[in-house]
Design a protein around this ligand. Sequence first.
Ligand code: ATP
Ligand code: MG
Length: 192
Amino acid sequence: MTGEHSLNEKQRPDLSGETSGLGLVTVFTGNGKGKTSAALGVVLRAAGHGLRVHIIYFMKGDFPYGERQALSRLDNVDISHFGHETFVDPANVRPEEIAEARRGLEKAREVLRSGDYDVVVLDEINVAVAWKLLDLESVLELLRNRPPDVELLLTGRYAVTELMEAADLVTEMVNIKHPYDRGILSRKGIDY
Ligand code: ATP
Ligand code: MG
């Protein structure tokens, strides 16, 4: 059975005390809302159990996202962002946007190498690859060379097949309905 788990197949959680089994790769993709929110949900759990988390935002500037303000109060969660406040136009990617994305990837390598983190989120990296701000091979190489016990989460629409193949868990958010389609724009506290 692919993509489904029956209830009796569910494993009991390990309540022995130690967090264990880290080191898997998750991809949250698709056109529906909830990819970044889902990754932040994992961050919340990880942080609650004392795991050390680093979130790297790609293609995002210095914008007052609610999660950044909340998570900056936690001393086991670090955040960095690479990009500008303006949206990237996939038909006309600017050199400085590519440069920022590359700096973000270099930061990701550094964060993984450091041994200082248990969970690393690469937010919107799927889009950065799909729109060729980053080359796929350099991201696959990052996945291959990661320390075996660091949990990695990749978010963003348009995840390419190779990234999904390299992952252990892939969820596609499907857009059934979105208030944006009837003119309701991003809401503070809900969408950012
Ligand atoms: P969120 O950050 O709310 O979890 P997301 O990560 O799934 O959303 P992105 O692809 O990163 O969504 O899109 C960024 C912004 O676009 C978010 O503010 C989100 O609410 C909004 N958005 C997401 N899906 C849709 C959609 N299907 N139509 C319009 N806007 C959307
Ligand atoms: Mg997102």
